[in-house]
Design a protein around this ligand. Structure first.
Ligand SMILES: Cc1cc2nc3c(=O)[nH]c(=O)nc-3n(C[C@H](O)[C@H](O)[C@H](O)COP(=O)(O)O)c2cc1C
Length: 210
């Protein structure tokens, strides 16, 4: 199957001054623009981790907060990604916003958010999602769809008439960027690309060849 679609990117341009002032604020403004644009899952990103054998894994998760210059997302701590994150304490995050012809790559250290912060977020989720967190041992095998549905019914009955508490194995991670790469598509593959490295004097920003 040959796949030959091509886009000549021309929706924007980036100058060193735009990025160097404050790369984090630029990233946040791009997230806000994606949310405002009405695209589906504007905060979805590929979370990259590395397993015990050094093998990379990527999967989509949703960005839920950007406080204190950190990316916050939520998951099952016992999932494959949860174990990778806890073991290595590092991750990568890659956003692609096709409608704006933009990509952002982040890498840095990861830690669990406080139980209080996870509780607040968990309490804001729809009840069905809260029950879902109790009903799935994420990334483990299960024999059938029926068995999974049974687990959901069990959780539903268990918490009938009660608030659903946050499962101890479910919560947030925060990713503190050491490096952010900001990419804006340009015509003829001559894209604008900047690498921002955190240093003791703030962000050091260099233009990269596309
Ligand atoms: C649009 C989208 C959003 C998702 N958001 C999350 C999320 O916020 N947290 C999460 O744990 N999984 C999320 N998932 C599911 C993950 O991609 C993945 O299948 C799951 O977390 C198990 O990953 P793991 O086995 O590598 O740990 C999302 C998937 C999609 C397609």
């Amino acid at each position: 199957m040959g796949l030959h679609s091509r886009t000549d990117y021309q929706k924007g341009e980036l100058h060193l001054e735009d990025v160097a002032k404050d790369p984090w604020s630029l990233f946040e403004s791009w997230v806000e623009e994606a949310v405002a644009s009405g695209i589906s899952d504007p905060t979805a990103f590929t979370l990259s981790t590395v397993d015990e054998e050094g093998c990379p894994h990527g999967r989509i998760v949703l960005l839920r907060d950007t406080r204190n210059e950190e990316l916050v997302f939520y998951t099952n701590y016992r999932s494959e990604k949860g174990e990778d994150l806890e073991r290595l304490g590092k991750a990568g995050a890659t956003f692609f916003w096709p409608h704006a012809e933009r990509q952002v790559r982040v890498r840095g250290k990861v830690s669990k958010v406080s139980a209080e912060e996870s509780d607040v977020y968990f309490a804001s989720r729809p009840r069905a999602s809260q029950l879902g967190a109790w009903s799935s041992a994420q990334s483990s095998d299960i024999g059938s769809r029926e068995h999974l549905d049974q687990q959901f019914e069990t959780a539903k009955n268990r918490f009938d008439g009660l608030d659903v508490p946050r499962p101890p194995h479910w919560g947030g991670f925060s990713l503190r960027p050491d490096a952010i790469e900001i990419w804006q598509g340009r015509p003829s593959r001559m894209h604008d690309r900047f690498r921002c490295q955190r240093s003791s004097e703030g962000w050091k920003v260099v233009r990269l060849q596309p």
